[in-house]
Design a binder for this molecule. Structure first.
Ligand code: ADP
Ligand code: MG
Length: 396
């Protein structure tokens, strides 16, 4: 076996670019498997930095920090969608095994390249992106016909959790929204009448092995994920096959080693569209931590350590409930001090599994944790999630 294909064994340092909750759960999985972890994140309060063996407090472009990471770590991965491509390239040039590499990450980071990629492979994928156009100069808006309206204007880079998006009903509103975004490159998508949303979590090893997880059905609120339920209650088996197949093809066409997630829209007509690709573990994959043979974070460890990929089988139906910072506040008083939510009440459900990310400051809309509600049936898992939400004062 070529040296570069030898597995990286426990005891070694694995590096992670980004120290948010995804990095923290990665760290926990890596440490459980006997690895040490080095986090690069400029935030001294980084949730992952707090528990990793090493926290490099620096920016992603800090040459000295990258050198230190490269010296310490055998492999590096990313949890932060917008990690600069240059950072990944520099680490690779310094001799570290980088998974995923910058090529695939770069495509997924920018909605314009992401949509071009999805369009280019739409025949093989047997589905494509929603109707869209690129908005990068005023002439495009003037010449636009109104078939894309009403639509959603999305900034091409750095948007997340519904941020950097505006719904527009007319060309006047579109112009205004683009001005408000500072005229940065954007895509305008047709606003689709969604029946429901699903996501596919897929992993690829250095040896081109590909595994895909059961599809999650996702409900968003205010642009932020609210619940993920598996098996997806509304997806029929034909649709499921199409989504699973598209995910497998897509990760290969991206030439991507590691774990990624693809979000899909399903229309009332049954038509399926690919929404976006997240080049990292994903919130809608948190259910795997308690309900799957291999969690998405263990899978990330396996992929970057060039180990064989783990079984993606679902052990039990599950509904994941996201916990946002809003839960720490009961009223509308902005001066109100945060209070711990009613955990004991929520955990009176004995199959509710609480995960908190160690963030000291709860803020409205901030992801603080999640609860995986397991059930002997899908109905039971959903019922438990509804009861837990009710106990915590989350609106039904
Ligand atoms: P983010 O990066 O914030 O997750 P998304 O593009 O996934 O951005 O949009 C967030 C949510 O907004 C989606 O999950 C979906 O509920 C809704 N949405 C986005 N684009 C459309 C669209 N073209 N038509 C209908 N709903 C959409
Ligand atoms: Mg999304």
């Amino acid at each position: 076996m070529a040296k570069s294909l030898i597995p990286i064994l426990p005891g070694a340092y694995l590096g992670m670019l980004g120290g948010g909750q995804l990095g923290r759960m990665f760290t926990q999985a890596a440490q459980a498997m006997g690895y040490k972890v080095c986090i690069l994140d400029p935030d001294p309060l980084s949730p992952a930095g707090a528990i990793a063996e090493k926290h490099l407090l620096a920016n992603f472009s800090d040459a000295a920090a990258l050198q230190e990471m490269a010296t310490l770590c055998q492999a590096v991965s990313t949890e932060f969608e917008n990690v600069p491509a240059q950072t990944l390239d520099q680490l690779e040039a310094l001799g570290v095994y980088v998974a995923p590499r910058s090529n695939g990450v770069t495509i997924a980071q920018n909605r314009i390249t992401e949509k071009a990629f999805l369009t280019a492979w739409r025949h093989e994928l047997n589905l494509g992106p929603v109707p869209y156009c690129i908005i990068e100069n005023p002439a495009i808006i003037d010449g636009l016909d109104d078939t894309l309206l009403p639509g959603i204007l999305k900034i091409a880079r750095l948007g997340y959790d519904g941020k950097g998006q505006a719904t527009v009903h007319s060309l006047v509103e579109l112009k205004q929204a683009w001005d408000d975004f500072g005229r940065v490159p954007c895509v305008l998508e047709k606003l689709m009448d969604l029946a429901f949303e699903v996501s596919a979590l897929v992993a690829r090893g250095h040896d081109d092995a590909v595994v895909v997880y059961p599809i999650a059905q996702n409900i968003h609120r205010n642009g932020i994920l609210h619940t993920s339920t598996v098996p997806a209650p509304s997806l029929n088996s034909d649709q499921e096959k199409r989504v699973l197949q598209a995910a497998k093809i897509l990760i290969r066409r991206l030439d991507y080693v590691g774990i990624l997630c693809i979000e899909f829209f399903v229309l009332k007509s049954g038509e399926i569209f690919a929404n976006e690709i997240a080049p990292r573990p994903h919130n809608s994959g948190h259910y795997t931590m308690d309900a799957s043979v291999t969690s998405q974070f263990q899978q990330q460890v396996r992929a970057m350590a060039r180990l064989p990929l783990g079984d993606t089988r679902l052990l039990t139906p599950v509904s994941m409930l996201n916990l946002l910072g809003d839960l720490w506040f009961t009223g509308n008083n902005p001066e109100e001090a945060p209070q711990e939510p009613a955990w004991a009440k929520a955990l009176s459900h004995d199959s509710a599994k609480l995960h908190l990310y160690g963030k000291s400051v709860p803020l409205a809309g901030r992801k603080m944790g999640h609860i995986n509600c397991l059930g002997t049936s899908l109905a039971e898992a959903r019922q438990t999630a509804a009861s837990v939400a009710n106990d915590l004062g989350i609106e039904p």
